[in-house]
Design a protein around this ligand. Structure first.
Ligand SMILES: Nc1ncnc2c1ncn2[C@@H]1O[C@H](COP(=O)(O)OP(=O)(O)OP(=O)(O)O)[C@@H](O)[C@H]1O
Length: 429
């Protein structure tokens, strides 16, 4: 009996201890969860309301709260933190978006005391940097005359750091020290699209590659417009803001860094002349469809190899009179292509570009529509190439037969039939 009651007491005591431990654990979990959601709320509130830098002046561009896109070039680790610059990362300094902060001293070392200049933009110089891990990056030093304060800069980094896509030049780090603000980006070794279209140093870009570049850019913009939450309008699509990586894949640069140009004392226009939506110039309202307009100009730039600041659009409008917006666009094709271009594709791309530059924004396609059209064009090309390959393989096989049978007429007829089938396939697409 005594033994039984001792057992009972022990059982009850163990039960009570387990109960207390469980209750304490539950309490901790609850508090931790509440804290996390508070942090989430406050950062999304900030993302929704704080304006970001516009080259010294406040801007109303609101950036995204989006998560990592598929095939992001940033190697994400715990908390989405980048491993790119692990060698130099300031210890324990990671912004709310998970973008690591680097010290001025380390960037000074990585850029050989800021002597590795690769370009100069409206925001300031850009340097190539080799980090201690061997990783190559681009460091954009923002002009010190910017009125942007520390807080605004941190907000901008947080907002930019949330945008990741394989067709965007992603932000991988930043530095805010000694009154300097620097943004660190994935390094794009083949430079800008503009440098390939206009510099004699680079050989002419082939037509096939131009269509791939057009699709890459469209995908980057589609992500900004439809994938990012809230959506992001680029505001400065142009060939010098399209950068190419080692394998000539294109990415959109400079998103979220809007700039201003004064057209007169009162009206500030953001963007670059030649690419600006006429509707934006007259109404002052910039929309996703204004990006679509600039993208249309970029498509014509790819077709014609002409700079929009040197009469590209006048040239296009002249050609449009003859083409009625449909066929016959080959007259504007870039002479550097030396006629090596699939004219049906060229006409399809030009028709798409012409829709993008429609004066009425609502008649312009969305970036999603554009991605679909270009994907279809490239799929057709792929089918055609496969078909042609199998045709020539069949022809090789048959010609071996022919050598044996000497039935040459049959071979000729057989090949002609197949190419007619192939033309019919094309019509279906
Ligand atoms: N991530 C990068 N990788 C390689 N080169 C880059 C990178 N970012 C910028 N550059 C180069 O640095 C130069 C300046 O770039 P930046 O984006 O500052 O200005 P921009 O786009 O040329 O002109 P603007 O500021 O007027 O738009 C460009 O020639 C560009 O090719």
């Amino acid at each position: 009996m005594k033994e039984e009651s001792t057992g009972l007491i022990i059982g009850i005591s163990i039960g009570v201890v387990i109960g207390v431990v469980l209750a304490i654990t539950a309490l901790f979990c609850l508090r931790y969860h509440r804290k996390l959601s508070q942090i989430g709320n406050s950062s999304s509130r900030r993302a929704a309301t704080i304006p970001i830098r516009a080259n010294g002046a406040d801007s109303c561009t609101i950036l995204s709260d989006s998560t990592l896109g598929p095939e992001s070039p940033v190697k994400s680790g715990r908390n989405g933190m980048s491993f790119w610059l692990d060698g130099f990362k300031k210890s324990n300094v990671v912004s709310a978006s998970g973008i690591p902060e680097y010290s001025y001293k380390d960037l000074q070392k990585a850029t050989c005391n800021f002597t590795t200049l690769i370009g100069q933009g409206a925001f300031g110089p850009v340097y190539k940097a080799q980090m201690s891990t061997g990783e190559i990056v681009a460091v954009k030093v923002l002009a010190t005359n910017s009125k942007q304060g520390e807080k605004e800069f941190q907000t901008e980094v947080m907002l930019l750091g949330r945008l990741h896509h394989r067709n965007l030049v992603n932000l991988v780090g930043y530095c805010a020290e000694k009154g300097q603000h620097m943004l660190i980006y994935v390094y794009m070794s083949k430079g800008s699209l503009a440098s390939h279209l206009y510099s004699e140093e680079n050989g002419a870009l082939g037509w096939d590659l131009r269509v791939h570049i057009a699709l890459d850019v469209a995908r980057g913009l589609e992500y900004l417009h439809d994938g990012a939450v809230p959506p992001v309008i680029h505001r400065d699509i142009k060939s010098s803001n399209i950068l190419l990586d080692e394998s000539m894949r294109a990415r959109v640069a400079d998103f979220g860094l809007s700039r201003e140009e004064m057209v007169d004392k009162h009206v500030a226009i953001r963007g670059t002349f030649g690419y600006l939506d006429p509707e934006y110039i007259s109404s002052g309202t910039f929309t996703k469809k204004s990006d679509v307009y600039s993208y249309g100009v970029l498509l014509f730039e790819l077709i014609a190899g002409r700079n929009p600041q040197q009469g590209l659009m006048e040239y296009v409008e002249l050609a449009a009179m003859n083409t009625e917006g449909k066929v016959g666009w080959e007259e504007i094709v870039d002479s550097r292509l030396e006629g090596k271009c699939e004219f049906q594709e060229l006409n399809e791309v030009a028709v798409l570009a012409y829709k993008c530059i429609n004066r009425a924004p609502r008649k312009r396609p969305s970036m999603r529509d554009i991605v679909q059209v270009l994907t279809r064009i490239l799929k057709s090309r792929h089918h055609r190439n496969n078909h042609n390959k199998s045709l020539s393989a069949t022809a090789d096989e048959v010609s071996i037969d022919v050598d044996h049978t000497e039935n040459k007429n049959y071979v000729t007829e057989h090949r002609r039939d197949e190419s007619m089938d192939s033309a019919a396939d094309m019509d279906d697409l």
